[in-house]
Design a protein. Sequence first.
Length: 402
Amino acid sequence: LSAWSAVPAGPPDPILGVSEAFKADKDPRKINLGVGAYRDEHGKPYILTSVKKAEELVTSSNPDKEYLPITGHAEFTKNAAKLAYGADSIPLTQGAIAVTQSISGTGALRIGGAFLARHYPNAKIIYLPTPSWGNHTPIFRDSGLEVRGYRYFNKETVGLDFEGLKADLLAAPEQSIVLLHACAHNPTGIDPTDEQWKEISNIVKEKKLFPFFDMAYQGFATGSISNDAFAVRHFVAEGHQVALAQSFAKNMGLYGERVGAFSLTTADPEEKARVDSQLKIVIRPMYSNPPLHGARIANAILANEALYGEWETEVKGMADRIISMREKLYNILTHDLKTPGEWGHIKSQIGMFSFTGLTPAHTQVLAEKAHVYMTRDGRISMAGLNSGNIEHFATSVDSAVK
Ligand code: PMP
């Protein structure tokens, strides 16, 4: 008898399963709007020019392949923290931010979950927005935290349920942990306004909640690195201690290189040193130390003024192309096709995704009849649309809802 004869088959991953179905479809009109990876105007994966140049700089310097320290490439993590918190951030200039390299954003969240499960001195309950990125629940549950939800999405308005959000955070036990998407909320594409962030900060303060920011899309929301860091920087300026997961998958297009960082703001350099030592103890038994290559590429961009400028322009280019697809889709649906329903949210939502309001039944018809693939919740990756396929997408949606 095999040791694994009683292992039950698990369900397929809801997002990666969409890509499988897409691959199996042989129709030339097929469109994959499932996975959140940027595509250029020809629907092709896009390697940033700044990344290509940075990679050339790295390889031409003939670097060795020795192990990195447990917390990774020190110059990269310093620059990653500067990117998120801002060069003039008080804890940064005081040397009070503990930061480690991570296996992209997922790894940062997992290190954070494990660190909080071990060292957070209060109730180990984390509140996630409903809905949230599908991997958040398993990441924090497997880290040993109790996962609960706070209201985020209002189905009626296809907008933020701000009253529900505030009521749920006010009702949470004091000192609970609250996960906040720093910008470009996945899957809804709906972010709080700056004024709403200020109110959230006040509630977090009043209830002594611990804010854990997930920033997987810095630059992708508005096209500006600093605008997209507003929430994180505001919370830190307001005196909150924060945890922060950063990913360079989307904004540098380094998906498979797995480049990220996890950081905690601490009281002072002495406390930071103690926190650093415990981050190492969390990480060492997981994977010893992180991969080299992607961190070197990201650092070559962050550390070089000219490349940094070029990168910022490219990030804005990606964000702008997505925004132009939103405009175009909205115009075709409302003006050209007069598709039943209200589609204003397509334009007002932000970042890589749009929560279309399409039902699971619609998504099934779209896949079977129109070769258009998306997750069952009606979320589409706007980056999968381009001038070559947007008409087919819009007319397919039009027939699906009529
Ligand atoms: N957080 C959110 C909200 C995300 O959407 C993603 C990517 N889909 C991640 C974290 C992490 O992705 P990665 O591990 O590829 O950086």
